[in-house]
Design a protein around this ligand. Sequence first.
Ligand code: SAM
Length: 241
Amino acid sequence: MEILRHGAAALGLQLTDQQVERFRTYYQALLEGNRRVNLTTVTDAEGVQRRHFLESLAVGAALHRHGIRPWGTPARFLDVGAGAGFPGLPIRLADAAVRLVLLEATAKKAAFLSHLTTRLGLGEVAVLAERAETAARDPAHRESYDIVLARAVAPLPALLELTLPFLRTGGVLAAPKGSGAAQEVAASARALRELGGRLRLSEPLPVPDGGPQPVLVLVEKVAPTPERYPRRPGVPTKRPL
Ligand code: SAM
Protein backbone atom coordinates (compact mmCIF):
# COMPACT_ATOMS: atom_id res chain seq x y z
CA MET A 1 0.00 0.00 0.00
CA GLU A 2 3.00 2.34 -0.52
CA ILE A 3 1.41 4.01 -3.57
CA LEU A 4 -1.60 4.80 -1.42
CA ARG A 5 0.51 6.07 1.48
CA HIS A 6 2.59 8.39 -0.73
CA GLY A 7 -0.37 9.52 -2.81
CA ALA A 8 -2.42 10.31 0.27
CA ALA A 9 0.50 12.35 1.66
CA ALA A 10 0.56 14.32 -1.63
CA LEU A 11 -3.12 15.05 -1.02
CA GLY A 12 -2.29 16.34 2.47
CA LEU A 13 -3.37 13.19 4.33
CA GLN A 14 -0.95 11.39 6.64
CA LEU A 15 -2.52 7.96 6.94
CA THR A 16 -1.74 6.05 10.14
CA ASP A 17 -0.47 2.46 10.02
CA GLN A 18 -3.90 1.33 11.20
CA GLN A 19 -5.61 3.19 8.36
CA VAL A 20 -3.22 1.71 5.80
CA GLU A 21 -3.95 -1.76 7.23
CA ARG A 22 -7.66 -1.16 6.75
CA PHE A 23 -7.08 -0.22 3.12
CA ARG A 24 -5.12 -3.48 2.73
CA THR A 25 -8.08 -5.39 4.19
CA TYR A 26 -10.39 -3.49 1.81
CA TYR A 27 -8.22 -4.60 -1.13
CA GLN A 28 -8.29 -8.25 -0.01
CA ALA A 29 -12.06 -8.16 0.51
CA LEU A 30 -12.48 -6.58 -2.95
CA LEU A 31 -10.55 -9.43 -4.60
CA GLU A 32 -12.53 -12.06 -2.68
CA GLY A 33 -15.87 -10.37 -3.35
CA ASN A 34 -15.03 -9.97 -7.04
CA ARG A 35 -15.08 -13.77 -7.43
CA ARG A 36 -18.79 -13.82 -6.58
CA VAL A 37 -20.03 -10.39 -7.69
CA ASN A 38 -18.84 -8.20 -10.55
CA LEU A 39 -17.42 -5.34 -8.47
CA THR A 40 -14.47 -4.01 -10.47
CA THR A 41 -12.37 -4.74 -13.54
CA VAL A 42 -9.33 -3.16 -11.86
CA THR A 43 -7.83 -5.85 -9.64
CA ASP A 44 -4.06 -5.32 -9.55
CA ALA A 45 -2.78 -3.77 -6.35
CA GLU A 46 -1.32 -0.75 -8.14
CA GLY A 47 -4.49 -0.07 -10.15
CA VAL A 48 -6.75 -0.36 -7.12
CA GLN A 49 -4.58 2.04 -5.16
CA ARG A 50 -4.53 4.62 -7.96
CA ARG A 51 -7.94 4.31 -9.64
CA HIS A 52 -10.07 3.45 -6.63
CA PHE A 53 -8.40 4.48 -3.38
CA LEU A 54 -6.49 7.62 -4.46
CA GLU A 55 -9.14 8.85 -6.89
CA SER A 56 -11.68 8.60 -4.05
CA LEU A 57 -9.39 10.43 -1.63
CA ALA A 58 -8.77 13.09 -4.30
CA VAL A 59 -12.50 13.87 -4.22
CA GLY A 60 -12.31 14.39 -0.44
CA ALA A 61 -9.21 16.54 -0.91
CA ALA A 62 -11.01 18.70 -3.50
CA LEU A 63 -13.88 19.31 -1.06
CA HIS A 64 -11.26 20.38 1.49
CA ARG A 65 -9.34 22.56 -1.00
CA HIS A 66 -12.48 24.41 -2.09
CA GLY A 67 -13.51 25.09 1.51
CA ILE A 68 -16.67 23.03 1.12
CA ARG A 69 -15.87 20.46 3.75
CA PRO A 70 -12.46 20.65 5.41
CA TRP A 71 -11.06 17.27 6.53
CA GLY A 72 -12.21 16.40 10.04
CA THR A 73 -15.44 18.43 9.95
CA PRO A 74 -18.47 16.35 11.00
CA ALA A 75 -20.73 15.92 7.97
CA ARG A 76 -23.36 13.56 6.57
CA PHE A 77 -22.23 11.90 3.33
CA LEU A 78 -24.30 9.76 0.96
CA ASP A 79 -22.65 7.73 -1.81
CA VAL A 80 -25.26 7.02 -4.52
CA GLY A 81 -24.56 3.88 -6.61
CA ALA A 82 -21.64 3.01 -4.36
CA GLY A 83 -20.83 -0.33 -6.06
CA ALA A 84 -17.81 -1.62 -4.15
CA GLY A 85 -17.75 1.55 -2.02
CA PHE A 86 -16.14 4.18 -4.24
CA PRO A 87 -15.63 7.01 -3.60
CA GLY A 88 -17.34 7.12 -0.18
CA LEU A 89 -15.65 4.36 1.76
CA PRO A 90 -12.01 5.39 1.21
CA ILE A 91 -12.96 8.92 2.28
CA ARG A 92 -14.52 7.50 5.47
CA LEU A 93 -11.46 5.31 6.10
CA ALA A 94 -9.26 8.40 5.94
CA ASP A 95 -11.57 10.60 8.00
CA ALA A 96 -13.63 9.35 10.96
CA ALA A 97 -15.69 12.59 11.07
CA VAL A 98 -17.55 11.44 7.94
CA ARG A 99 -20.98 9.95 8.71
CA LEU A 100 -21.49 7.75 5.70
CA VAL A 101 -24.45 6.05 4.06
CA LEU A 102 -23.79 3.82 1.05
CA LEU A 103 -26.73 3.47 -1.34
CA GLU A 104 -26.58 0.61 -3.82
CA ALA A 105 -29.48 -0.80 -5.87
CA THR A 106 -27.95 -4.20 -6.66
CA ALA A 107 -28.66 -6.52 -3.73
CA LYS A 108 -25.47 -8.59 -4.14
CA LYS A 109 -23.28 -5.50 -4.15
CA ALA A 110 -25.10 -4.07 -1.13
CA ALA A 111 -24.53 -7.41 0.67
CA PHE A 112 -20.83 -7.15 -0.16
CA LEU A 113 -20.76 -3.60 1.26
CA SER A 114 -22.42 -4.74 4.51
CA HIS A 115 -19.89 -7.57 4.85
CA LEU A 116 -17.04 -5.17 4.04
CA THR A 117 -18.00 -2.47 6.53
CA THR A 118 -18.29 -5.10 9.29
CA ARG A 119 -14.90 -6.55 8.35
CA LEU A 120 -13.37 -3.05 8.43
CA GLY A 121 -14.85 -2.40 11.88
CA LEU A 122 -17.05 0.39 10.46
CA GLY A 123 -20.34 -0.82 11.88
CA GLU A 124 -21.76 2.71 11.92
CA VAL A 125 -21.53 3.06 8.13
CA ALA A 126 -25.07 2.34 6.91
CA VAL A 127 -25.73 0.36 3.73
CA LEU A 128 -29.05 0.89 1.93
CA ALA A 129 -30.00 -1.73 -0.66
CA GLU A 130 -32.37 0.51 -2.60
CA ARG A 131 -32.71 2.52 -5.74
CA ALA A 132 -32.04 6.24 -5.43
CA GLU A 133 -35.48 7.01 -6.86
CA THR A 134 -37.09 5.13 -3.94
CA ALA A 135 -34.76 6.17 -1.11
CA ALA A 136 -35.12 9.85 -2.06
CA ARG A 137 -38.84 9.65 -1.17
CA ASP A 138 -37.98 8.54 2.40
CA PRO A 139 -38.07 11.56 4.79
CA ALA A 140 -35.12 10.00 6.66
CA HIS A 141 -32.96 10.62 3.60
CA ARG A 142 -34.59 13.38 1.55
CA GLU A 143 -32.90 16.81 1.81
CA SER A 144 -30.75 15.37 4.64
CA TYR A 145 -27.15 15.22 3.44
CA ASP A 146 -24.33 17.75 3.43
CA ILE A 147 -22.43 15.95 0.67
CA VAL A 148 -23.60 13.48 -1.97
CA LEU A 149 -21.00 11.51 -3.91
CA ALA A 150 -21.60 9.59 -7.13
CA ARG A 151 -19.07 8.07 -9.50
CA ALA A 152 -19.87 6.26 -12.75
CA VAL A 153 -23.61 6.00 -12.10
CA ALA A 154 -25.32 8.00 -14.89
CA PRO A 155 -24.75 10.95 -17.24
CA LEU A 156 -25.04 14.25 -15.38
CA PRO A 157 -28.62 15.29 -16.35
CA ALA A 158 -29.98 11.96 -15.00
CA LEU A 159 -27.51 11.90 -12.12
CA LEU A 160 -28.76 15.26 -10.88
CA GLU A 161 -32.27 13.85 -10.52
CA LEU A 162 -30.90 10.79 -8.66
CA THR A 163 -28.79 12.82 -6.25
CA LEU A 164 -29.98 16.41 -5.65
CA PRO A 165 -33.17 15.37 -3.78
CA PHE A 166 -30.92 13.97 -1.01
CA LEU A 167 -29.04 17.23 -0.39
CA ARG A 168 -30.02 19.88 2.11
CA THR A 169 -30.03 23.40 0.68
CA GLY A 170 -26.40 24.49 0.76
CA GLY A 171 -25.16 20.91 0.36
CA VAL A 172 -22.89 19.81 -2.50
CA LEU A 173 -22.86 17.00 -5.04
CA ALA A 174 -19.35 15.80 -5.94
CA ALA A 175 -19.27 13.70 -9.10
CA PRO A 176 -16.01 12.57 -10.73
CA LYS A 177 -16.60 12.30 -14.46
CA GLY A 178 -14.74 11.13 -17.54
CA SER A 179 -13.76 12.94 -20.71
CA GLY A 180 -17.39 13.70 -21.63
CA ALA A 181 -17.83 15.98 -18.62
CA ALA A 182 -18.05 19.24 -20.57
CA GLN A 183 -20.85 17.87 -22.78
CA GLU A 184 -22.69 16.47 -19.78
CA VAL A 185 -22.50 19.84 -18.04
CA ALA A 186 -23.73 21.62 -21.19
CA ALA A 187 -26.73 19.24 -21.32
CA SER A 188 -27.63 19.82 -17.65
CA ALA A 189 -29.01 23.38 -17.65
CA ARG A 190 -32.65 22.32 -17.44
CA ALA A 191 -32.04 19.64 -14.79
CA LEU A 192 -30.12 22.11 -12.64
CA ARG A 193 -32.89 24.69 -12.89
CA GLU A 194 -35.72 22.19 -12.18
CA LEU A 195 -34.01 20.40 -9.31
CA GLY A 196 -32.58 23.37 -7.40
CA GLY A 197 -28.92 22.98 -8.33
CA ARG A 198 -26.20 25.38 -9.43
CA LEU A 199 -22.95 24.33 -11.06
CA ARG A 200 -20.16 25.33 -8.73
CA LEU A 201 -17.26 24.08 -10.81
CA SER A 202 -16.08 21.51 -13.30
CA GLU A 203 -12.32 21.03 -13.29
CA PRO A 204 -9.63 18.36 -13.70
CA LEU A 205 -9.26 16.29 -10.55
CA PRO A 206 -5.60 15.87 -9.66
CA VAL A 207 -5.01 12.25 -8.60
CA PRO A 208 -1.44 11.52 -7.41
CA ASP A 209 0.12 8.84 -9.64
CA GLY A 210 -3.21 8.57 -11.43
CA GLY A 211 -3.98 7.48 -14.97
CA PRO A 212 -6.30 9.50 -17.19
CA GLN A 213 -7.31 12.58 -15.22
CA PRO A 214 -10.98 12.60 -14.24
CA VAL A 215 -13.01 15.81 -14.17
CA LEU A 216 -14.68 16.71 -10.91
CA VAL A 217 -18.13 18.28 -11.18
CA LEU A 218 -19.36 20.08 -8.06
CA VAL A 219 -23.00 21.16 -7.89
CA GLU A 220 -24.43 23.18 -5.04
CA LYS A 221 -28.03 22.79 -3.91
CA VAL A 222 -29.50 26.28 -3.90
CA ALA A 223 -33.23 25.53 -3.49
CA PRO A 224 -35.34 22.57 -2.32
CA THR A 225 -36.08 19.97 -5.00
CA PRO A 226 -39.78 19.93 -6.01
CA GLU A 227 -41.71 16.95 -4.62
CA ARG A 228 -42.31 15.45 -8.07
CA TYR A 229 -38.60 14.55 -8.34
CA PRO A 230 -37.16 12.03 -8.62
CA ARG A 231 -39.63 10.43 -10.99
CA ARG A 232 -40.39 6.68 -10.93
CA PRO A 233 -37.48 4.17 -10.93
CA GLY A 234 -35.78 4.12 -14.29
CA VAL A 235 -37.40 7.30 -15.63
CA PRO A 236 -34.54 9.71 -14.74
CA THR A 237 -32.10 7.72 -16.90
CA LYS A 238 -34.60 6.83 -19.66
CA ARG A 239 -35.98 10.35 -20.04
CA PRO A 240 -33.42 12.73 -18.49
CA LEU A 241 -34.55 16.29 -17.85
N1 SAM B 1 -19.53 4.19 -7.69
C1 SAM B 1 -18.86 2.91 -7.90
C2 SAM B 1 -17.51 3.12 -8.55
O1 SAM B 1 -17.24 4.21 -9.03
O2 SAM B 1 -16.71 2.16 -8.58
C3 SAM B 1 -19.74 1.95 -8.72
C4 SAM B 1 -19.96 2.35 -10.15
S1 SAM B 1 -20.98 1.19 -11.02
C5 SAM B 1 -20.49 1.45 -12.68
C6 SAM B 1 -22.60 1.95 -10.90
C7 SAM B 1 -23.36 1.47 -9.70
O3 SAM B 1 -24.51 2.28 -9.51
C8 SAM B 1 -23.85 0.04 -9.86
O4 SAM B 1 -23.40 -0.71 -8.76
C9 SAM B 1 -25.37 0.15 -9.90
O5 SAM B 1 -26.01 -0.94 -9.30
C10 SAM B 1 -25.59 1.45 -9.15
N2 SAM B 1 -26.82 2.17 -9.55
C11 SAM B 1 -27.19 2.50 -10.80
N3 SAM B 1 -28.37 3.17 -10.78
C12 SAM B 1 -28.74 3.26 -9.48
C13 SAM B 1 -29.89 3.83 -8.83
N4 SAM B 1 -30.85 4.39 -9.52
N5 SAM B 1 -29.96 3.75 -7.49
C14 SAM B 1 -28.96 3.14 -6.79
N6 SAM B 1 -27.87 2.57 -7.35
C15 SAM B 1 -27.76 2.63 -8.69
